[in-house]
Design a protein. Structure first.
Length: 143
């Protein structure tokens, strides 16, 4: 399907380096853009946007809204299509709060033990990503 149809949908695809996670007719998609969240509906103006770590909310035709955490990437939007190319993607329902909280504690400790700027930057990126996943799961910002 390449055109907006009479049901008010557009073609949506979410792709990670490992696989295509979603492909089908969507009614609406909310994407965490670098400059703020933005919604995509049929007939949206064409744009290419960078995406920050966060949750993409997809309302497919006739289905409940899906929530997918992405670690960043790009969105390519046209009036009839929207493609999200994600660096990493995981269903929010597959995230575990206790595991994420433990990962955050471990990475916070690792950050204090980092010996050089490169190691600090690497650990800080992992820590920010773990906090973003926890926020996506709970809706609250991790300390």
């Amino acid at each position: 399907m390449t055109d907006t149809n009479i049901n008010g949908t557009f073609t949506f695809e979410l792709v990670s380096p490992e696989r295509k996670l979603i492909s089908g007719a969507a009614k609406m998609v909310v994407i965490p853009g670098e400059e703020g969240d933005f919604g995509v509906l049929p007939g949206h103006s064409a744009l290419v946007a960078t995406i920050r770590p966060g949750v993409v909310e997809i309302t497919m035709d006739g289905e409940a809204t899906q929530r997918i955490f992405i670690a960043g990437g790009f969105a390519d939007v046209s009036p009839t299509n929207c493609t999200v190319l994600a660096e990493e993607a995981v269903n929010v329902s597959d995230l575990n709060q206790a595991d994420l909280e433990q990962t955050i504690r471990n990475l916070t400790e690792d950050l204090t033990l980092a010996k050089d700027d490169l190691e600090k930057a690497r650990v800080a990126r992992k820590l920010a990503l773990a906090k973003a996943k926890l926020q996506g799961l709970t809706g609250t910002v991790a300390a």
